[in-house]
Ligand binder design. Structure first.
Ligand code: AMP
Ligand code: ZN
Length: 475
């Protein structure tokens, strides 16, 4: 076990507290997953860079881990409360595609995004629609004491559990203000356990239930799947900060109703703050969504985005801008260059440098402070008193936690050409080989001609660049 005690911020108590696992032999974490009616935007992906950091830190510190990320393929309405259309049904109607096909397509795309960001595959990716029978059973178990029936479904009465909304805390009133009224609801925060399909309508996804044909409410899936795969009481439940106001208080209420006790279901409730985009491209429902593929099409490597996330604390708001991303990419290139130089000079058999491992441990054990760990990484790589082999052995520890893939990333893999470029990276490299030959033969007119030709294609040749980047795209 790496020495510094781990402390984590618990949204439930609004305080940082030592993390003590329920079972040190199996730490259990549940992360609310994506709603797969569209590609994930980069804000969504920040949530999974955060959970990956959490899972990496737990594993690195020596705890075996079971990590579940669910896939929401039913029930999430266009508002987090109970108003609006089901996001999946709306996407299917708008595109004329089969809803199951849509779900598969975007779930696969999400998994590819995770892989591109070097986010480790969780133990399980359960699908909400595979658990409808269990959701119905849960509804039946809590119905008598906690629910009431309206024309459009079965609703949970939030006054039947102690301290409803304690998680949302001070934000409670604000959240309540955002919940639009559903006719007949006893309290504004009451939420649907089951939504009955209105007479005369059919949905692509619907099931028979004791409350009529329809679909489960969104909050229920996470109570059911977390309990099924992780047990009644597990260690950590995560989500974006928006979930602190409605989705997670509702999960907690369902868990308390089901167990007939005050247990919220998890010891720690953790929330990442938002990635914000002043240009308004973050929403999946707005026209041009800022996806990871959009970043790559602009010439950015996915791990530059990961580094941009790690530069901020997960509980701080992070502003997305192309400038921030470009700065992160320069930093990543610098790291890759430094590691490449160390690799050229290293010998087998290095050993991790304890002082740097301790500083890394201190940073990430302080509520996952990756922003503090990054300068330690810089200092370690630059420490000439340590042999290149020892520095590379220390890098193994940093990479296990930060997941920047610095041991394998090469300069070639970082050369992402924008989709709009009229020339491929291989073509640029080939032209540069010709140019070097021309210069070696002192054929300067030819060397200049190649340079100009590349400039026309949007590529700037960088002779003598200190980091050895021979060229960059200027589009
Ligand atoms: P969704 O696909 O809407 O269910 O969201 C998936 C995850 O992304 C949830 O944990 C959200 O809380 C989180 N999330 C949504 N928007 C953002 C954002 N702009 N920044 C960070 N996390 C977000
Ligand atoms: Zn959830």
């Amino acid at each position: 076990m790496i020495g510094t005690p781990l402390t984590l911020y618990n949204s439930l108590t609004r305080a940082t507290a030592p993390f003590v696992p329920i079972d040190p032999g199996n730490v259990r974490v549940y992360s609310c997953g994506p709603t797969v009616y569209h590609y994930a935007h980069v804000g969504n992906l920040r949530a999974y860079v955060f959970t990956d950091t959490l899972s990496r830190v737990l594993t690195w510190k020596g705890w075996p881990l079971t990590h579940v990320i669910n896939i929401t393929d039913v029930g999430h309405l266009t508002s987090d409360a109970d108003v609006g259309d089901d996001k999946m049904e709306a996407a299917a109607r708008a595109s004329g595609r089969d809803i199951w096909e849509i779900s598969r397509h975007y779930a696969d795309a999400f998994k590819r995004n995770l892989a591109d960001l070097n986010i480790r595959t969780p133990t399980r990716f359960p699908l909400a629609t595979d658990h409808v029978a269990e959701m119905i059973e849960w509804g039946q178990a809590i119905e008598a004491k906690h629910c009431y029936l309206l024309d459009d479904g079965l609703y949970f009465d939030v006054t039947t559990v102690p301290d409803y909304g304690a998680l949302a805390g001070a934000a409670d009133d604000a959240a309540a203000g955002r919940i639009e009224a559903v006719a007949g609801k006893r309290h504004p925060q009451d939420f649907a356990i089951w939504r009955t399909t209105p007479p005369g309508e059919t949905r692509q996804m619907e099931w028979d239930s004791p409350w009529g044909r329809g679909a489960p409410g969104w909050h229920l899936e996470c109570s059911v799947m977390s309990r099924k795969y992780l047990g009644a009481s597990f260690d950590i439940h995560t989500g974006g900060i928006d979930h602190r106001e409605i989705h997670h208080p509702n999960e907690i209420a369902q868990n308390q109703a089901y167990c007939g006790c005050a247990d919220t279901g998890a010891t720690f409730w953790m929330h990442n703050n938002f990635l914000v985009d002043r240009t308004g491209k973050m929403s999946k429902s707005s026209g041009e969504t800022l996806t990871l593929d959009v970043l790559v099409a602009r010439g950015f490597h996915p791990l530059s985005y990961r580094l941009m996330c790690l530069q901020a604390h997960y509980r701080s708001e992070l502003e997305f801008s192309w400038e921030n991303l470009a700065a992160a990419q320069v930093r990543l290139k610098r790291l890759v260059h430094t590691v490449g130089a160390l690799r050229d000079r290293s010998m087998p058999g290095g050993a991790p440098v304890a002082t740097y491992v301790e500083q890394l441990d201190a940073a990430v054990s302080d509520d996952l402070n990756t922003a503090r760990a990054l300068p330690v990484l810089d200092a370690m790589l630059a420490d000439k008193k340590r042999s290149p082999s020892d520095r590379l052995a220390t890098l193994v520890e940093f990479d296990a936690v930060l997941g920047l893939d610095l041991l394998d990333l090469t300069r070639a893999s970082l050369r992402v050409c924008p989709a709009t470029a009229s020339i491929t990276a291989d073509e640029v490299e080939a032209r540069l080989v010709e140019r070097r030959e021309a210069r070696a033969a002192r054929d300067f007119p030819r060397s200049d001609a190649i340079r100009d030709e590349l400039a026309t294609a949007g590529v700037e040749v960088m002779d003598g660049d200190p980091l050895g980047w021979d060229w960059k795209v200027t589009l």
